[in-house]
Design a protein around this ligand. Structure first.
Ligand code: UDP
Ligand code: MG
Length: 139
């Protein structure tokens, strides 16, 4: 399993607020190379499958509604130690607990609408990247 790639989504709130450019700037400045990227919208079935691990959680319905309400930017990013370094760059799930300068501290509104996704393991990065991108669209 390669350890130099992670998967991200700039979630619907980031797209709605016009934060795509600013967030990509932070991602580039942190040394990540974009190896796949697109603007896309998840269907309800897509979101239920993508977040299946959370299906028993009380916030699941809201999460699916949020993630499907508009387009997202999906991307695969490359850098040494990608998964861990990207989680550091985005900050804690709850922006109130996120470190200064992190993407969620800067752009997230709440623990639910928290601007960005970042894979939590190399295994999930591979699964999530393959969920959104065909091999021929990954460079
Ligand atoms: N989420 C939420 N309420 C919570 C926890 C999570 O609405 O109490 C949402 C939030 O959008 C989060 C996503 O569910 O990013 C997935 O949760 P996870 O615990 O995997 O957080 P992440 O890995 O995104 O930091
Ligand atoms: Mg997670």
């Amino acid at each position: 399993m390669r350890t130099d790639r992670t998967f991200t989504m700039l979630k619907p709130d980031s797209v709605e607020k016009g934060h795509i450019g600013a967030i990509l700037e932070k991602i580039n400045a942190a040394g990540f190379k974009i190896v796949a990227m697109k603007l896309t919208q998840m269907t309800v079935d897509d979101a239920k499958e993508f977040y299946a691990i959370h299906k028993e959680r009380p916030f699941f319905g809201e999460l699916v509604e949020y993630m499907t309400r508009g387009p997202i930017v999906a991307a695969i990013l490359e850098k040494d130690n990608a998964v861990e370094d990207f989680r550091t760059l985005i900050g804690a799930t709850n922006p109130e607990e996120a470190a200064e300068g992190t993407i969620r501290k800067l752009y997230a509104a709440s623990i639910g609408e928290n601007a960005v996704h970042g894979s939590d393991s190399d295994e999930n990065a591979a699964i999530e990247g393959a969920f959104h991108f065909a091999g021929r669209d990954t460079f």
